[in-house]
Design a protein around this ligand. Structure first.
Ligand code: NAP
Length: 243
């Protein structure tokens, strides 16, 4: 059976590393992006040049209709989706809780957890037999991100609960749902938080004394999706250098 995957926010960072690794292991990959078509297309070109199968698809995964379009497009290009990586996520500038505006809070929730709900629901409605979902949560769900982005941490806490609940609902059907909780990974996301060198600043406080790479996170995601993890569901892999 074809292994057909969607990686939301697959054009850069952890999503790009995951898309490439999945393709190298024989998955057909839909590289979803919201605004950065150039990066997503570069990932697709690299996959195809290495003999893999992929296409990019623009969709805001916090939008119900666009999520349906994303799954339709993938099904038309390949076959029904068997593996889903809910990776898309955003954060905004570091600030104290009291300064967080409602509009920002709602945007973070919508991009980080509504997107996960919509994509997972679409997956569940369509998946035929076995399959797997990996949610890209964050160490922030455990650490809370005080004075930085409690809104972001709360969205990831919600993702952890969704992971647990959905894994229990889907277990009798043999569909596995797990999450990774990265922290301090070298990607562009920290620039969006207003501190491009955040990982370097925090490195000394991380037990392993360094930040992590997107490839290190992708390895865990792809393992959780694979048959090697066939008895793993409702589980969380922390990738935060021991923090
Ligand atoms: P990144 O480089 O900023 O990538 C985020 C990706 O998400 C982008 O490709 C972006 O697409 C996409 N995206 C955001 N909102 C979207 C939406 N509504 N619809 C579709 N795509 C959307 O960040 P990253 O560090 O690789 O983050 C990936 C995931 O890891 C996120 O969920 C993040 O919370 C999580 N994470 C990261 C770290 C870290 O230290 N970097 C730590 C813990 C967890 P466009 O560019 O096209 O807009």
């Amino acid at each position: 059976m074809d292994k057909v995957s969607i990686v939301t926010g697959g054009g850069r960072g952890i999503g790009a590393a995951t898309s490439k690794l999945l393709a190298s292991q024989g998955y057909k990959v839909c590289v979803n992006y919201r605004s950065d078509a150039q990066s997503a297309d570069a990932v697709v070109r690299e996959i195809i040049a290495s003999g893999g199968e992929a296409f990019s698809f623009q969709a805001d995964v916090s939008n119900e209709c666009e999520v349906v379009d994303l799954f339709d497009a993938t099904e038309n290009a390949f076959a029904p989706v068997t593996h889903l990586v809910n990776n898309a996520g955003i954060l905004f500038s570091q600030m104290s809780f009291a300064d967080i505006e409602l509009e920002r809070f709602n945007q973070v929730m919508s991009s980080n957890i509504t997107s996960c709900f919509l994509c997972s629901r679409e997956f569940v409605r369509r998946v035929k037999s076995t399959g797997a979902i990996v949610n890209v949560s964050s160490a922030a769900s455990r650490l809370g991100a005080p004075f930085e982005y409690i809104d972001y941490a709360a969205s990831k806490g919600a993702m952890d609960s969704l992971t647990k609940g959905l894994s229990l609902e889907l277990a009798p059907r043999g569909i596995r749902v797990n999450a990774v909780r990265p922290g301090f990974i070298y990607t562009q996301m920290h620039a969006d938080g207003g501190e491009p060198n955040r990982v370097e600043r925090l490195a000394a406080q991380i037990p392993l004394q360094r930040g992590g790479t997107p490839d290190e996170v992708a390895n865990a995601i792809v393992w959780l999706l694979s048959d090697e993890a066939s008895y793993v569901t409702g589980s969380f892999i922390d990738l935060a250098g021991g923090k």
